[in-house]
Design a protein around this ligand. Structure first.
Ligand SMILES: O=C1O[C@H](COP(=O)(O)O)[C@@H](O)[C@H](O)[C@H]1O
Length: 237
């Protein structure tokens, strides 16, 4: 695990996007494609700011969602809706909407999760579990990542690759999320975390070694934690 505590949010964005640049270029060179999973929340604004600065062949990107809120895409809670509005429609990077693998609308939550798992099986190589080149993760002040919340039964999911929840403690309640079998099979996972409100849980995870959903991310490859000095306040001397 690599932990970096940086001076500012801007430094976090630069470090995050440098890692995205090198990983995407290595994956494209090796496999001709870059399979990346993105999160919602503050990560959207980090990528909107940082991705236009990197050098990569965006036409080779396939973008999946680490989790998605089951709302229409014009709803401000839709993670795909945010990326579409802020990254695709603005044309600040050369990505098109059809490079995003989206959650099915107008079906039940269970069907949306099942459908998304089938899309992973079809599109992301891995034997037998899909193996992402890179997963870009956030973490809430309660230690959740993706839509894996503390104490929720899907933390123990070992069969399904994508799970549905209808009781997210953070609105909106209906979501689908990758589960640990897929998350922890990724080549690289990166947490990008900023803000004072996350300092306590960062300490509990990295100093006290307490169990939180984000702490259970232990990918087969590398796990990076990139944070600003507010989030890492209890880690620096
Ligand atoms: O609800 C969610 O929250 C987490 C953390 O969001 P942040 O704004 O605190 O960074 C996010 O990673 C996840 O994708 C999202 O659905």
């Amino acid at each position: 695990m690599v932990i970096s505590v940086l001076d500012s949010r801007e430094d976090v964005i630069t470090a995050l996007c440098n890692l995205v640049e090198s990983t995407s270029n290595a994956s494209i060179e090796k496999n001709g494609i870059f399979n990346v999973g993105v999160s919602g929340g503050s990560l959207v604004s980090f990528l909107v700011k940082g991705l236009p600065e990197i050098k990569t062949d965006f036409s080779k990107w396939k973008i999946f969602f680490c989790d998605e809120r089951l709302v229409p895409i014009d709803n401000p809670d839709s993670t795909f809706g945010l990326y579409k509005k802020q990254l695709v429609d603005t044309e600040i990077v050369s990505l098109s909407a059809d490079q995003f693998v989206t959650a099915k609308q107008d079906v039940t939550g269970e069907e949306a999760a099942q459908d998304y798992a089938e899309k992973l099986k079809e599109l992301v190589p891995g034997n037998p579990i899909p193996q992402f080149d890179l997963l870009l993760l956030g973490m809430g002040p309660d230690g959740h990542t993706c839509s894996l919340f503390p104490g929720h039964k899907i933390l123990e999911e070992t069969n399904q690759w994508v799970a549905y929840i209808n009781d997210s403690p953070k609105p909106p309640p209906n979501r689908i999320t990758l589960t640990y079998p897929v998350i922890n099979n990724a080549n690289i996972c990166v947490f990008a975390v900023c803000g004072k409100d996350k300092a306590d849980v960062i300490k509990k995870i990295h100093v006290d070694e307490e169990d939180f959903p984000a702490a259970r991310v232990k990918a087969v490859g590398k796990v990076y934690w990139i944070m600003d000095k507010d989030a890492g306040a209890h880690l620096v001397q």
